[in-house]
Design a protein around this ligand. Sequence first.
Ligand code: NAP
Ligand code: MG
Length: 403
Amino acid sequence: MEKIKMTTPLVEMDGDEMTRILWSDIKELLLVPYIDLKTVYFDLGLPERERTRDQVTVDAAEATRQYGVAVKCATITPNAQRVEEYKLSQMWKSPNGTIRAILDGTVFRAPIMVRGISPVVKNWKKPITIARHAFGDVYKNTEYKVPGPGKAELVFTPEGGESIRQTIYDFQGPGVLQGQFNTAASISSFARSCFQFALDTKQDLWFATKDTISKQYDHTFKDIFQDIYGAEYDRAFRKAGIEYFYTLIDDAVARVIRSEGGFIWACKNYDGDVMSDMVSTAFGSLAMMTSVLVSPDGKYEYEAAHGTVTRHYYQYLEGKETSTNPIATLFAWTGALRKRGELDKIPALMDFADDLEAAAIAVIEGGAMTKDLAGLWEGEIPAVAVTSRQFLEAIRVELERRL
Ligand code: NAP
Ligand code: MG
């Protein structure tokens, strides 16, 4: 078979630990034999971030702006222990944070569903994608522990203008106080990324806040979404046969649980933090969760939602075979290849991505899977737990059968 040709390269961001091992195995076994793989390679592994003083992360993000589609391996976000372990000169920032700041994007997380592993919520038939607004609110708050009686005020001083003061509370005793903010620019970017992604994936978009209680703050989110929808997306949504739906967060939670799935749920920062953990746990496994960063101007960065699986990596370093699940990392690749195929009009690349995903799912549904999934398996045939390498080889056999 002739290898599939690519016209524009993917931006490839290599990473750390166990996922770095899976990364190279996936390329060797499932991609390079079938695709004339073109990538612009950036090594975001921690040693290279240290050597380049993290410039490599910035370069990779800039390249994503230039080429439009990236695929990223999980990376270590350094903490004190990592500074010691890798002899770092600084506690480098989270690469995901750096890339997100440069692309100004929103992260969409979606579960990969297979027959035999059922969601805890029994009526969920299709994936629920969570979009989290990752800017501002409680994550950038200013807090104060009120020691005793006194007056708390909200003061805003416009540039070149008079201050506006409002009383928050007249404290009679000790308490707590918190200031939060967001910006119209960030909320607008978030809204556009969500509308864009809904169109891309042909799924309804749900958005919810507590606007009945928060009549200025949350209501502004609602208004910005509605204005952008009306001005820029209404027509395209109707043409695509999808819907934008706003409701109160309490109502959304109830509807999500009763739903069949198959939509995107846009969440404010805190709601997204909490709900994405709940939804991913209810779907089964973090190892079956993909993640894509979408910028408001339509640049894409695909990755797995999980980390570098450190515990397995230490076993690997001891020479032990591990049974680490490569599915989310594989689907990051197929997502990026499919998007590249779509943008460059290469149907063979899109078909290949579909075939590879179908092959991977077929292997699991046929009973062969990594340990994490074997523990969740409810299929009729017994599950066989295999090593990562055996699993990838089984996917290759299944892929060959389909090509
Ligand atoms: P993790 O790598 O997601 O792993 C946590 C545990 O979840 C693992 O020990 C394993 O459980 C299970 N797990 C996760 N992915 C799995 C897979 N593909 N197959 C099988 N089991 C899987 O999280 P972590 O250990 O908290 O973090 C490790 C490193 O990853 C940290 O340095 C962190 O900074 C980084 N991280 C990076 C990203 C990213 O790049 N997007 C995201 C999160 C964390 P068992 O041990 O029970 O088998
Ligand atoms: Mg969380």
